[in-house]
Design a protein around this ligand. Structure first.
Ligand SMILES: *Cc1c(COP(=O)(O)O)cnc(C)c1O
Length: 389
């Protein structure tokens, strides 16, 4: 055993992983697991996606450390490819390393440009664990003990269009997830997203859309907010865009992008050539295959089978929610024993709170993988139902 310990912010999973490929990981004894966890969704393109591996490998032989104030080829390629997938009205980007960090910059820009202090966020919102990202994150479990936060936030009930009038001229920006992930997969309604955009325009507040989890095809579209036709001033992306490599970004409207002042922000590692190579590989993978379409279809299949399973196991399962390959199975009891049991049976997934199983499978799962996942779940639920009887 190493003499140094990790800070245990999360319970260790008790699984020693030695390699991963596509939708599977293997433990040190060579046993295979179906991965519906994908490193909190980051390996959405599949572990070691060939495009990502090729780009990183090539980049390793050329240049691995250079800030983007110096011109370089992989930066040009990243900007060029990004322009093919970003909403057209978002004309400027900045690269960072994590979702929280990108949220921080979004909030900073909104505050300085608006000259206002307050942020509007929503019940159930998750935007990350840094201090400003926490200020717009709702869950008291993540917040408590860390106050005061640098940002004061107004929390409005998610999907409650009637309460959007609480956003007034004192609000710098509203930040919203088009589909709440961490909270347990709750999609925003079109009516709500449109009313939110309209209210932001009315009072001159910026609209920030956080696509860190819901974006890059996972929910069945390249960016989930496009379904509702809204045009955010700032979009935040992260998690899966680098094919599992740490990279995040914000993309902003030209109105914001053209007003940047020198020295206002910066990042040592943001725009690192290896991270940009991962991003380029990730976008190539995205463009070379029908990633969003497949996520929509496989999500539909997995979601409908989970719904059937929920009918069958009504005594244990409260309900199922899904949008593309963001799926949640809400139980009537604590979820931890199930996660451990499913892992022992060869299925990795994650949780949302105390009673919800969450699945973030990679887009390339097959019908056989769906069947394997469902039969593994059925086994765990049957055992539980038997014990309960
Ligand atoms: C995961 C997540 C974040 C935070 O990203 P990190 O890379 O963990 O900092 C922010 N917003 C949303 C919606 C997320 O799901």
């Amino acid at each position: 055993m190493p003499s140094l310990s990790l800070l245990r912010f999360a319970q260790p999973r008790g699984l020693r992983v030695s390699k991963a490929e596509g939708q599977y990981v293997w433990d040190s004894s060579g046993r295979r697991y179906l991965d519906f966890h994908t490193g909190h969704g980051a390996a959405f393109l599949g572990h070691r996606n060939p495009f990502v591996v090729r780009r990183i490998s090539e980049q390793l032989g050329k240049l691995t450390c250079l800030p983007p104030v110096f011109e370089n080829q992989i930066l040009d390629e990243a900007l060029d490819l990004l322009s093919k997938i970003l909403p057209k009205h978002l004309t400027h980007v900045f690269f960072m390393n994590s979702g929280s960090e990108a949220v921080e910059l979004a909030l900073k820009l909104a505050r300085k440009r608006s000259g206002r202090k307050l942020f509007a966020s929503f019940t159930g919102a998750f935007h990350g664990r840094t201090m400003a990202a926490l200020s717009v994150t709702h869950n008291p479990k993540y917040r408590s003990g860390f106050e005061p936060f640098p940002g004061e936030a107004l929390f409005i009930p998610y999907n409650d269009t009637g309460q959007l009038s609480r956003i007034d001229e004192s609000v710098a920006a509203a930040i919203v997830e088009p589909i709440q992930g961490e909270a347990g997969v709750y999609p925003a309604t079109a009516e709500f997203m449109r009313a939110l955009e309209e209210r932001c325009r009315e009072v001159g507040a910026y609209l920030i859309v956080d696509e860190v989890q819901s974006g890059f095809g996972r929910a069945g579209r390249v960016w989930s907010h496009l379904e509702h036709g809204v045009k955010p001033d700032i979009m935040v992306a992260g998690k899966s865009i680098g094919g599992g490599f740490p990279v995040s970004l914000i993309a902003v409207s030209s109105e914001l992008g053209e007003k940047i002042e020198e020295g206002e922000h910066g990042s040592t590692h943001g725009g690192n050539p290896l991270a940009l190579a991962a991003l380029v590989g990730g976008i190539e993978a995205f463009l070379s295959d029908d990633v969003s379409g497949r996520a929509a279809r496989m999500g539909e299949l997995l979601g409908s089978q989970l719904t059937e399973l929920a009918q069958e196991f009504k005594t244990v399962v409260r309900g199922v929610r899904s949008k593309g390959l963001m799926l949640a199975v809400e139980l009537r009891e604590r979820v931890s024993p199930y996660i451990a049991r499913l892992q022992a049976e060869g299925l990795l997934l994650l949780r949302s709170g105390a009673t919800t199983l969450r699945m973030l499978p990679p887009y390339l799962i097959s019908k056989e993988d769906v069947e394997l996942g469902i039969s593994t779940l059925i086994r765990a639920l049957t055992d539980r139902a038997r014990q309960g009887a």
